[in-house]
Design a protein around this ligand. Structure first.
Ligand code: F6R
Length: 609
């Protein structure tokens, strides 16, 4: 939530900051703004709405100065209008902020009682006032920041500049991510690697409670007491091309089509072929630990939670270990009793989701061993877990998760097959069958992607429908939830996901001939029961779009549309079904003229609770 970028260097900051903001816009797009030095003064320009509006405003405006900061906002406090847009400038200080100041009320009360006139409804402006007080007393920006930090409660990160120090930037992280790019005689401070990677692969990640100063390009790191600390420089491998649309109309579309390659990358390095087996490399947990866990606790949000739900079915069947799945925001505040021999697995594309991170910290405090399944290396969740498996799907920019979902399923299945081998909970033959299922996926996903045109055409005939029910059973049920979420997110149409067998306990009352039923019915052990459930909605007028495996004339006969995915082992079906549900949502959103990559009210990485 909220993208932050700051630049000091020989080039004009405006273009670099705007380019950075464009790459960070997926983090929030309610309003944007910059504060850039111009002949010794800090000029602030802000605009409500998306970045293009700020770009229009800045057309023809030149800034003659070495330093600037910019922001793209996902609103927490205050409406997304111009006065609430960042940067907030008070006196000579300008600030951009990501996160929430929890003791906002008491700070505001104190400032107002002292006669301070607030210009916005944001908590961010208050930080600027506190910094300004210190600067007016003669503090440097670093000293002022060190003195203000203890007054602020909450998870937040800030980047600040001061009119009196035109070659300086100071940033502090306490929650949302912040990193520093060390370029060729230039420094970029940003909330996300996307804004830095185009300038330099050399990056330092701030940890919570750390401050960075950049003064004339000399970068120093401090703890929150002001002691200088040493930090490692990382070489980031992601190429710039991975964050470009590469000829596709939308990032989401590109990312759907990247899935064969993403899945190969997820599996890479974890498979041995003679004999065929999964050997998780460098996961950080030992084989003995994997042998001895008594329970598995999966924790995640949104799409990642759906991937974790798929994994529950797989873990229970393949490893025999009792497995629970929780939504992080619920798990965080539950009164828990957990077996100390529980493996806690946090699943997160971004590795920065505040609720998931809070749960990771909580279970660590309870003494559990933890494993993260993340897509973004060096993210907070990745760094803080004891062990890790990367999905390696490449940068995901579309707000609607696609390739990270299927990559998470594959990563979690790799984990379960690894554990099953160590615990001998499955026969070698069964495991080989499951792993062969994984190996076949990239090719089979290609086959599913070939139906793209069909979805483009079908979407045109679906625009008049307002209700969608997604049905699945067993391991396919979480994909029904994911299908409904994809549709809601980017088309704004109402959709629900249900286990097919649950329908007659209430939701079947919704069914009439205006309702589209997306039925996931691959040939697996629950196939017959699933078909009976589909017949029940058919009998009540439901318009069925069926996703089945191979040639299935019976299912085709009862469906308005039938779409076949390749026949596969049960554990591979969730990945294959994901392709049609993603393409359906994508094309319907395009047909309805929705903003596919930046759907309303959403942001990619949810770094506030
Ligand atoms: C939906 C979507 C979200 C995320 C959720 C968790 O398309 O992207 O539901 O899955 O916000 O995010 P991560 O996986 O980054 O923890």
């Amino acid at each position: 939530m909220c993208g932050i970028v700051g630049y000091w260097g020989p080039e004009k900051p405006k273009a670099i900051i705007l380019d950075g903001l464009r790459r960070l816009e997926y983090r929030g797009y309610d309003s944007t703004g910059v504060a850039i030095f111009d002949h010794g003064q800090l000029k602030v320009e802000r605009s409500p709405g998306k970045l293009h509006r700020l770009e229009e405003k800045l057309r023809g405006i030149e800034f003659e100065g070495p330093t600037g900061i910019g922001h793209t906002r996902w609103a927490t406090h205050g409406e997304p209008n111009e006065k609430n847009a960042h940067p907030h400038k008070v006196g000579g200080v300008a600030i951009v902020h990501n996160g929430i100041i929890e003791n906002y009320g008491s700070i505001q009360k104190r400032l107002v009682s002292e006669g301070v006139e607030l210009k916005s409804e944001t908590d961010s402006e208050l930080i600027a006032h506190l910094l300004d007080e210190k600067l007016r007393e003669g503090a440097t920006l670093l000293k002022a920041t060190l003195e203000v930090i203890p007054k602020l409660e909450g998870a937040y990160s800030i980047l600040v500049v001061n009119e009196k120090e035109p070659d300086s930037m100071v940033a502090f992280k306490n929650g949302p991510p912040m990193l520093v790019g060390l370029g060729n005689k230039e420094v970029i401070i940003a909330s996300d690697i996307q804004a830095v990677i185009t300038r330099t692969p050399r990056v330092v990640y701030l940890d919570d409670g750390e401050i960075v100063t950049s003064i004339k390009g000399a970068v120093k790191f401090y703890n929150s007491k002001g002691d200088e600390i040493r930090k490692d420089v990382h070489e980031v491998k992601w190429s710039q091309a991975m964050a470009e649309k590469a000829g596709f109309d939308h990032f989401m579309q590109k990312e759907i089509f990247e899935q064969p390659q993403a899945l190969r990358q997820t599996m890479e390095g974890h498979l041995e072929h003679e004999p065929l087996r999964v050997v998780l490399k460098s996961s950080g947990l030992t084989d003995d630990e994997y042998r001895n866990f008594k329970r598995i606790q999966l924790i995640a949000c949104g799409t990642s939670w759906h991937a974790a739900m798929v994994a529950k079915y797989v873990f229970e069947r393949v490893t025999g270990i009792p497995t629970d799945v929780d939504i992080a925001s619920e798990f965080h505040y539950r009164h828990l009793t957990l077996d100390p021999q529980t493996l806690a697995v946090t699943v997160s594309q971004s590795g920065e989701t505040a609720d998931t991170l809070a749960c990771l910290r909580r279970v660590k405090k309870m003494g559990l061993r933890t494993l993260s399944v993340c897509n973004v290396p060096h993210s907070s969740i990745d760094r803080e877990a004891h062990g890790r498996i990367y999905t390696n799907a490449g940068a995901e920019i579309g707000v609607c998760s696609t390739k990270s979902f299927t990559a998470q399923i594959v990563a979690l299945e790799l984990l379960s097959f690894h554990m099953a081998r160590l615990r001998k909970s499955c026969s070698d033959e069964e495991l080989k069958n499951y792993i062969s299922g994984l190996l076949a996926l990239p090719g089979q996903v290609e086959i599913c992607l070939n139906h793209d045109k069909w979805f483009r055409e079908a979407a045109q005939s679906l625009t008049k429908f307002r209700g969608f029910l997604y049905l699945g059973r067993g391991v396919n049920f979480p994909v029904a939830l994911e299908g409904a979420l994809k549709l809601k997110e980017i088309t704004y149409l109402h959709a629900e996901g249900y286990p097919s067998g649950e329908l007659k306990h209430g939701p079947i009352a919704l069914v009439d001939n205006n309702m589209i039923i997306v039925a996931l019915a691959p040939k697996d052990e629950l196939y017959e029961k699933n078909i009976s459930n589909i017949q029940e909605v058919k009998a009540r007028g439901g318009q069925i779009i069926a996703i089945g495996s191979g040639d299935d004339q019976g299912l085709e006969k009862i469906s308005k549309h039938y779409l076949s995915i390749p026949e596969a082992v049960w554990s591979a079906n969730p990945v294959l079904e994901s392709i049609p549900i993603q393409l359906l949502s994508y094309h319907l959103a395009v047909a309805l003229n929705r903003d596919v990559d930046q759907p309303r009210n959403l942001a990619k990485s949810v770094t506030v609770e």
